[in-house]
Design a protein around this ligand. Structure first.
Ligand SMILES: NC(=O)c1ccc[n+]([C@@H]2O[C@H](COP(=O)([O-])OP(=O)(O)OC[C@H]3O[C@@H](n4cnc5c(N)ncnc54)[C@H](O)[C@@H]3O)[C@@H](O)[C@H]2O)c1
Length: 247
């Protein structure tokens, strides 16, 4: 069962760790004993500068992580950006930007992490957790371009999980699918009056947005030995949003 220290000695690289879910995940994994290498395209403090859309940045980030901690055991592919608006009115570039960050960025991370896991021994071991969204599981109004990219990210996570499983490697790949979560990303979308009005959350069973810590807890579970028997997951952590009438 989980406890402080259950990730003792494991080395985790977390992308998009300067804010929101990534920052909460970096803190939570560290509290559970992991050695955390935090990256973001916005460098600062203990954050290593790393744009996930750049293959060269991935190479540098993993090399720097291994130089500091000797290895890599867990990749949390979390970096992302919101994009709002009706999809049929969207400029193609805006759709491409969503795919670039959420699909290409995660793809580059998976290939770089798997290469590192393989360098560390055979059969290769490691865990990759991608941060997708419930918007990739059902259309959520105004975020359909974002959701299209997140649906592709869920498919990518499952495809890589299946390939590695078939190859007999002990590399696990899971996607976490947050529902609305209160972070700088979502706070930028709404004003104070929105957050103060319970009517805006009436259709979500949780009656609120999730907290970044709720998502971090699920990510830590998926990265822990407790999840060893789990099939490759697309795990909604959404306060019930997915099965509600909320769109
Ligand atoms: N907040 C929500 O409601 C919600 C819901 C579902 C999924 N998500 C997903 O969770 C993840 C984290 O979102 P958040 O809400 O914490 O947002 P956030 O804006 O608070 O944090 C995102 C971080 O990612 C970084 N980032 C963005 N593009 C990057 C890039 N190309 N390379 C490296 N870093 C980059 C940003 O600098 C930022 O620090 C995202 O993938 C997001 O799509 C969020």
């Amino acid at each position: 069962m989980t406890a402080a220290g259950d990730l003792d000695g494991r080395v985790a690289l977390v992308t998009g760790a300067a804010s929101g879910i990534g920052a909460a995940t970096a803190a939570h994994l560290a509290a559970r004993g992991a050695r955390v290498f935090a990256t973001d395209r916005r460098a600062g403090g203990a954050i290593f500068r790393h744009d996930v859309t750049s293959a060269a940045d991935w190479e540098q980030a993993i090399a720097a992580c291994v130089a500091r901690f000797g290895r890599l055991d867990i990749l949390v592919s979390n970096a992302g950006t919101a994009g709002a608006g009706p999809i049929v009115d969207l400029a193609l570039d805006a759709l491409r930007e969503q795919a670039r960050v959420h699909v290409e960025g995660a793809f580059l991370g998976m290939t770089a992490a798997v290469a590192q896991f393989r360098r560390q021994g055979a059969p290769a071991t490691g865990t990759i957790v991608t941060v997708a969204s419930v918007a990739g599981m059902k259309p959520i109004m105004q975020t359909t371009a974002y959701g299209t990219a997140k649906a592709a990210l869920i498919a990518l996570s499952r495809a890589v999980a299946a390939e590695l499983q078939a190859a007999g490697e002990a590399i696990r790949v899971h996607a976490v699918c947050p529902g609305g979560t209160r972070t700088p990303m979502t706070e930028a979308l709404f004003d104070d009056a929105y957050w103060a009005d319970p009517a805006n959350f009436a259709e979500v069973p949780l009656r609120d947005y999730c907290r970044p810590e709720d998502i971090a807890e699920a990510i830590a579970f998926l990265a822990s030995a407790d999840a060893a028997a789990l099939a490759p997951a697309a795990l909604a952590v959404d306060g019930g949003w997915l099965l509600s009438n909320r769109i």
